[in-house]
Write a protein that binds this ligand. Sequence first.
Ligand SMILES: CS(=O)(=O)N1CCC(Oc2ccc(-c3c(C(=O)NC[C@H]4CC[C@H](C(=O)O)CC4)noc3-c3cc(Cl)c(O)cc3O)cc2)CC1
Length: 385
Amino acid sequence: MKLTRNCLGNIGKMLDFYSQFNPSPLSIKQFIDFGLSACERKSFIFLRKELPVRLANIMKEIHLLPENLLKMPSVGIVNNLYITSFEEIIHFEKVDVNETTLDKFCQALIKIRNRHTDVVQTMAQGVLELKESHDVDIQTENSIQYFLDRFFMSRISIRMLINQHTLLFGGQLNGHSRHVGCIDPSCDVIGVIKDAYENARFLCDQYYLASPELRVKQHNGKFEQKLERSNEIRIIYVPSHLYHMLFELFKNSMRAVMEHHGCDSDNYPPLEVLLVRGKEDICVKISDRGGGIPRSQTDHLFKYMYSTAPQPSKSDAHTVPLAGYGYGLPLSRLYARYLHGDIVLLSCEGYGTDAIIYLKALSTEANELLPIFNKTSSKFYRTPV
Ligand SMILES: CS(=O)(=O)N1CCC(Oc2ccc(-c3c(C(=O)NC[C@H]4CC[C@H](C(=O)O)CC4)noc3-c3cc(Cl)c(O)cc3O)cc2)CC1
């Protein structure tokens, strides 16, 4: 179904209007500073424009997707979710700013966040529907890779804005008193590493009846901007994002180690984690001796088309806990890139793999990386005549 302005009606005009604006990236320092001043009216005024801009920018790209993908039932479901949420949010464009509209806005954000909970799985289902119904050429595969990276990055950024507003002004008690919304101004990186390891280890023990140990080392560079009184390495970051990356990487390392050394081994090589604070980067390197993967295969692990496989049925979902049938690794890299970090895999086939998470050491450099809909991005989709 080709989505044109007339089948979208007035929404098409509003999409054209809001997509002409570029999204406004915020740095984590701006999130913190704004959160500490905590003015709900200012947040409302900013979000009632910024959220439609970010939604419209990515919705215009959805409409440029290869026809074969766009007509998949699950992609149609996602598109309709976005249209519904876009309509709901532009309703606040010209309302008076008062207690009632502020409360209604918060409720609308919570409703939108809940509506979009399963969008990642639904898009993965759409890719699966395409793979099962059409031959996919390399041009289409590249367009899908380009789109999904931008689509999921946009989704991360929109959920970040919604979470900040609803956590700061939604009335719920802040479980972590020092947190500013979902940001921890003094995130204990080692603590998150141990949490992610223990939870991945639990799944590994469940399936393999054993798991590799963890060894952690840290090196805190001697730089004036050190925040910590002790030698601990703490950063201003979103703990849930860091946890997501670490949990995925630990699952992959554990799966490689257990598969490579066989289940009857009683002496698995430990996972070694090195945490380093540099002047520009915070690095978390996870090193395993899981046998590694050939250099020719490493990039495939980040590919949505390559990793989309039939969803394990609920009954056997517990049987292959470490096998990512979702998009664990590509999404983890997007979480790192969202605030100008990255995830890099360095594998030595026959020995093991190093996975490095790079984060910005300075909150002023940890800016949102946002996809912008424009002629350049559109050209990427338009198949040459
Ligand atoms: C898209 S996803 O996020 O959902 N997800 C990505 C992850 C994937 O699961 C995994 C897990 C581990 C590995 C793996 C192997 C491995 O398996 N070697 C043995 C094969 C080497 C090629 C060989 C061949 O040539 O085909 C056939 C054996 N070796 O090193 C790693 C490894 C990978 C990551 Cl990313 C890491 O962080 C740490 C690691 O040690 C591969 C795949 C599920 C899907």
